[in-house]
Write a protein that binds this ligand. Sequence first.
Ligand SMILES: [Zn+2]
Length: 222
Amino acid sequence: MSYNVTCPYCGQPAILVTGEVIYPAWTKHHHKTYYLCSPCKAYVGTHANSDDEPLGTPAKKERRQLRSAAHKALDPIAKRRGDRNATYNWLAKKMNITPDKCHIGMFDEKQCEQVLDICGEARLKVAKALRGGEKIFRDEGMNVEKFRTIQDPHAAWLYLMKEFIPNAPSSEELMKLMAEAGNSSTNFVALVWARKNPTDPFAIDIEKQLGTINPHTEEVEF
Ligand SMILES: [Zn+2]
């Protein structure tokens, strides 16, 4: 069956065609279907094993390339998180749109660029966390001076824990967490940041990275 798909550029109906029309030389796409607006050279693919349900709105080359870039930025986040819906809900919230509107196949150039920015920002946040406690403390509006004056690293860690996690753990739990962080204060900050932001897709990154490091190795790299 064919859905009613309108070309967003000219407003005319897009026509259901096979991949042979879109990619004449690329036989592996010939069995697929697409909605095409010939005058605009705009098209969109369809869901595999569907009744030709469109993946989104027809797009010209630049938009197709940006959608593809947005997918490439978001997919690893969704994969690491292991939950596509939660990742898209996170993205929708960041983009200030409702989850039902959060489909890259429907996005224009500006929205795709937003996705790229959001995914880049999330990476930056983790890098920031890994660079040490002071900047995070400042960004979070916490007392950097007090953090600096604590000489005993265990006491500093305990202070960090109390600041980051509402229910401060016992010292036994703290020791466990320190070991999990490879006894590195930078990794420790990253870990407490991850525990504080469990819904952030990159928190799971930190957990996984720290879960695989040897306790006495160097700082973890992303
Ligand atoms: Zn058109």
